[in-house]
Design a protein around this ligand. Structure first.
Ligand code: NAD
Ligand code: MG
Length: 395
């Protein structure tokens, strides 16, 4: 990079697990980057400290009631403070070369779209963006000449295995799943599993919500849909395999029988760094695999009885339209209830299925044209319907 040509970067969800890993990489080479916007939630101290250290133009908290605290924490720093969903979109629209989308949940969609609309490269950790609104997001990127790069480890792995290849030669994509916290629990025990137990991931250190989604395989269900949208591959060509070690992240099978696997230590800084430096490869501070020390890698088919979320993802892909937005929002709301201790672990999939059933009997809603407004309205309605289904069960 030439002197004076620092890359302008923004990080949405900067205070989270992916956000902090992104900052770790950027802070190793501070002169190479000019930080435009950082966003966070309730952790104002973290957000303000990083915004000061990285000399961001603006720091945004998702929560308007925390604006006062953020202003106080940034006093005298020259960093602008802002808050709320509209401020996130405004920050996404500020010119940047590279934007990390690492908010958790559907809240990541609107700022990501704003970033694409101004032509930025969007590094997508927020898989919900493609699950809720894949066609809209891809069309927005196309229209504005913006690029999407995958950050989810499986999708980054597939993307790397496809360099120099033609999608027409791809027979199948196989994404791996650790199996989550309960992979070895007897099925009878799952009904009584707590959020605290589900939040213990065997291999990856991630935010609480995605860790619980790993235990239920809702995370993998979202990723199957993300694979379909990102790579434009037919659903029946996407496979999930349980791989307890999380060393192989994904495999791409070609028509000549070759299967290209991507291996690496379970450290998200690899996928983040690949998206940051793409199309180059640069040194990254990740552990190197010692295959002899590993000795063996294991694979097994996912058990449908244990992981109903995978079946629901197939149903969503077959249905299309706004059913991805329904699926994601219902899952998010069911997860809220599980975390709050109001429902059991297995109730999450039940509630999501009940809500999918209701929307499918109402095609007018699911087949509405996909815009940010219709996706947002569908998302809200799906959350309300989860609450209604729960109230009905209780009453
Ligand atoms: P996290 O919970 O650690 O961080 C989430 C971030 O989003 C925080 O900065 C939080 O303040 C912000 N946030 C939360 N609710 C918000 C809202 N309503 N509006 C705006 N901001 C909000 O989550 P994470 O593990 O870093 O995951 C972030 C995204 O990346 C998720 O979509 C997840 O599925 C995806 N992802 C994460 C990993 C991982 O290793 N952590 C791997 C692959 C994909
Ligand atoms: Mg993943």
């Amino acid at each position: 990079m030439q002197a004076g040509s620092a890359r302008r970067v923004s990080i949405f969800g900067a205070t989270g697990s992916i956000g902090q890993n992104t900052i770790d990489l950027i802070a190793r080479d501070p002169d190479a980057y000019e930080v435009v916007a950082l966003s966070g939630g309730a952790n104002i101290a973290r957000l303000a400290e990083d915004a000061r250290r990285l000399r961001a133009d603006v720091a945004v908290t998702a929560f308007p009631e925390r604006l006062h605290d953020l202003r106080a924490a940034l006093a005298g720093s020259g960093v602008e403070a802002a808050a709320g969903p509209a401020a996130l979109i405004e920050a996404g629209a500020r010119p940047a070369d590279w934007v990390m989308s690492a908010i958790v949940g559907a809240a990541g969609l609107a700022p990501g779209l704003a970033a694409l609309e101004q032509g930025a490269t969007l590094a997508l950790a927020n898989k919900e963006t493609l699950v809720c609104a894949g066609p809209l997001v891809l069309e927005t990127a196309r229209r504005h000449g913006a690029r999407l790069l995958p950050v989810d480890s499986e999708h980054s792995a597939v993307f790397q295995a496809l360099v120099g290849e033609d999608m027409a030669a791809v027979e199948r994509i196989v994404i791996t799943a650790s199996g989550g916290a309960f992979r070895d629990w007897p099925l009878e025990r799952l009904a009584g599993a707590t959020a605290q137990e589900a939040a213990q991931h065997p291999n990856w250190d991630m935010g609480q919500r995605i860790t619980i989604d790993s235990a239920s395989m809702f995370n993998k269900a979202l990723e199957v849909i993300e694979t379909r949208e990102f790579f434009g591959i037919d659903p029946e060509r996407i496979e999930v395999i349980v791989h307890p070690e999380s060393m192989v992240h994904a495999l791409v099978g070609f028509r000549d029988g070759a299967l290209m696997a991507h291996l690496g230590a379970p450290d998200m800084r690899h996928a983040i760094g690949y998206a940051l430096h793409w199309p180059e490869r640069r040194d990254l501070p990740v552990a190197r695999l010692d295959l002899a020390a590993l000795g063996q890698l294991n694979f097994r088919a996912p058990d449908d009885a244990r992981y109903p979320a995978l079946r629901l993802a197939r149903r969503v892909m077959a249905r299309g339209g706004l059913s991805g937005a329904v699926f994601n929002a219902a899952k998010e709301r069911a997860l809220d209830h599980f975390i709050a201790g109001r429902i059991g672990f297995l109730d999450m999939a039940h509630l999501v299925e009940v809500v999918l059933d209701r929307f499918e009997s109402d095609p007018g809603l699911i087949d509405a044209p996909m815009t940010l407004d219709t996706v947002t309205q569908t998302d809200h309605l799906a959350r309300q319907r989860v609450d209604a289904a729960l109230a009905k069960r209780a009453g």
